[in-house]
Design a protein around this ligand. Sequence first.
Ligand code: PLP
Length: 400
Amino acid sequence: MSYKLANRVHKVQPSFTLQMATRAAEMRAEGIDVINFSVGEPDFNTPSHIIAAGKKAMDDGFTKYTAGPGMIEFRKAICEKLERENGITYEPADILVSNGEKQSLYNVCQAVFDQGDEVVVFRPYWVSFPEFVRLSDAEPILVDTISEHNFEPDFEDLEKKFSPNIKGVILNSPSNPTGGIWGEEAIIKLLHIAKKNNWIVISDECYERLVYDGEFVSTEKLNREHQIGADVITCLSLSKTYAMTGWRIGYAAGPRDIINAMSKIQGQATSCANSIGQKAGIEALSGDQSCVEEMKVAFKERRDFIIDLLNDLPGVTCAIPGGAFYAFPDFSPYLGKVGNGQILKDTFDISEYILGCANVVTVPGDGFGAPGHIRFSYATSTDIIEKGIERVRSVLEKIV
Ligand SMILES: Cc1ncc(COP(=O)(O)O)c(C=O)c1O
C-alpha cells in the first residue's frame, strides 16, 4: 500500500450495531435459523399511501436535484408538523432536510465544533454520537446517567466533568439504546446549564412518536415555554415514525445561522436529500396519521411482552422503557461466570456466547458505554420474541 489513510479514519469506530446486523444476515445466508434482536428499524413496511406518493413522484419525473436545504413544499410541511405536533413554530428557512437524520447530526457537529472543543454525551449513548463528535475533531465527554431514573443525567457527574472547553451537549430522549425518556425537570435543568455556559444543545428526537406511557415534549418547546433561551437544534427523522429507514429522510430545525452553516456543508457533501423521498415525506407528514398509531400499538404490546419475558430470565432485571423499541436488561450477574468453557468478562462475551450457543443476535451494552447491559430490539413479532427469549433462557441455564 503506497498511500496512508487519513487520521480521522483511525479516530472513528465502525458502527458495531451494523456489524451485528451484518453478522445475523450472514448466518441466515448460511442457512442457520437465527433470531435477530439487533434490528434498529421497524419491521413494518412503509405505509402504502407514502409508497404511492414516492411512485407518483417518479412517474411525474420528479427525479432531479431539489433545492439544497430541501424542497420548499417539504420544509413548509415540516414547519406545519412542528407547530401541530411539537408546539414549536419555525419558518422554512430554519429547516434543513438531509439524507436521514444521521446526516443532520453529522452536519450540525461539523458546523459547530472544532479541535479543542468538548461535547457532553450521556452514557449509555447511541453509538454514533461520540463518533460524530470525533469526526468534527472535538472530544466527547461521557457523562453518566441514572438507570433507576429512566437514564436521566447524573448531574453530579456532569458537574465533575465541567470544563471551559465544553461547547455543546447531545441528548436523545426517548433513547437508543435504553428506551428511557427524560422527565421535563431533567431537560429544563440541562437547558439552564447549557444557557449559562453557552453550550449548543443538540436534541435527537427521532423516537418522538414511539412514546408509550405519557406525552412526548420537545426540548425546544420547554426551552421556549420556560424562556430559557438556549440554542437548541432539534434533529428529527421519518425513519422510525413511518417505517422509512431506507428512504433516508431526516431534518433539523434551529437557529438560522447554524442551519445555514449546516446547509453549506451539506451542499458540498450530498447537494440535497433524495427528491423522491422528499415527495413521499410530504405525504408522510401531512397525510393520514393512523399508520403511526397502529405501529405504536403493536410496539407497545411487544414491549410489555418482552419486558415480562426478560424479567423472568434467571438473574436478569429489566426496567420498563418508556419509548423507542429497545429493551436494555441488566445481565451483570453473569459477568465473571463461565459459559461453554469461556469466562464471560463483559457483555461482548455474553452476547457472543448467546449467539454461538443459541443463534440469537443481541447487542452488547459495553458498545454503548453501558457495561452489564444487553440491548434487545423488539421490532419483531411476538412469536419471534417468545422463541428467541426461550433460546436465551436455555443457554443462560448452562452458565456456571
Ligand atoms: C438515536 C438515533 N438517532 C438517529 C438515528 C438515525 O436515523 P436516520 O435513519 O434518520 O438517519 C437513529 C437510527 O438508528 C437513532 O437510533
